[in-house]
Design a protein around this ligand. Structure first.
Ligand SMILES: [Fe+2]
Ligand SMILES: [Fe+2]
Length: 280
């Protein structure tokens, strides 16, 4: 791993992260601000171990750890772009996400919870190979608009992750978890900015791409982690985190629906309603 050990840009931390993203207007600017991986030595692990974690926090963070770790899986499935900018981003993205998993895993281990990877199971390795073939085939059929789907999809996933961590952070009484999530959220916000800005570039003035992306998100998208975990697992997590904060789903939709061609999509609210119906 060659990336330098740097924290997210200070201005992202000090202010409301998503408001400041309005300043990151291009994918190049997002990638420049992204820096390297977070430094595990920068956190007060004794404090993180001493303060308790609730049972629901342990469940949410276990899911998050496995999904962050599973970025290796998604990377293998999605790394089919020849765009050098996207190529460069995906490598930084993979490195940063895997360190997010390390941070959360270490926090959980301090609370005697051992989390193993789910993406190395044989069935998942097979799914990885199949996923890559499907994406290659889709790329051949759809052409370059396939990458608009990849980028818009990635934007939705990064935004969901960022907002989920935000809710967990606002509710926890563990100061160590708050510190870790503050920095992870800064990086998730920049991942989101990258995906979103590339998606907007590809969708602007391209009605065909807009139609395909809208259809794919509407019909094919599943919450972050589905595939590695079951849909039932995902619904339980979504209901647990957003059930008491439905306004967060609406805020997410306000962001997603501002991408060209996605007005009124309402993906986050629909997903929350479904999760609440399943979990209830
Ligand atoms: Fe992450
Ligand atoms: Fe991310």
């Amino acid at each position: 791993m060659s990336a330098a050990l740097v924290q997210p840009a200070a201005w992202l931390r000090m202010k409301g992260v998503l408001h400041d993203l309005d300043r990151v207007k291009t994918p190049e600017a997002a990638l420049d601000a992204m820096g390297g991986v977070l430094d595990l030595r920068a956190y007060d692990w004794a404090q993180a171990a001493d303060a308790p974690l609730r049972a629901d926090e342990i469940e949410w963070l276990t899911y998050a750890t496995q999904v962050e770790w599973g970025t290796e899986h998604y990377f293998a499935v999605l790394d089919i772009s020849r765009d050098p900018l996207v190529h460069r981003f995906l490598r930084v993205w993979l490195e940063q996400e895997v360190v997010h998993a390390d941070l959360l895993r270490r926090l959980l281990a301090a609370h005697a919870v051992e989390v193993g990877p789910v993406h190395e199971a044989r069935s998942k390795r097979l799914a990885r190979w199949r996923g890559k073939q499907i994406n290659r085939a889709a790329r051949r059929v759809i052409g370059d608009d396939f990458f608009a789907v990849h980028m818009a999809w990635g934007a939705v996933n990064e935004l969901s992750t960022q907002r989920f961590y935000g809710v967990i952070r606002s509710r926890t009484s563990n100061p160590g978890l708050r510190d870790i999530l503050r920095d992870i959220m800064g990086q998730e916000a920049l991942h989101y900015a990258f995906y979103r800005n590339v998606a907007i570039r590809r969708l602007t003035g391209n009605p065909r791409a807009q139609r395909i992306v809208r259809w794919a998100l509407d019909k094919l998208w599943a919450p972050v982690g589905v595939g590695l975990k079951t849909r039932r697992d995902a619904h339980r997590i979504i209901a647990g985190i957003l059930g008491n904060s439905p306004e967060v789903a609406d805020q997410m939709d306000a962001q997603i629906d501002r991408m060209p061609g996605l007005r009124g999509l309402g993906l986050a609210r629909r997903t929350l309603d479904r999760a609440l119906a399943t979990a209830g």
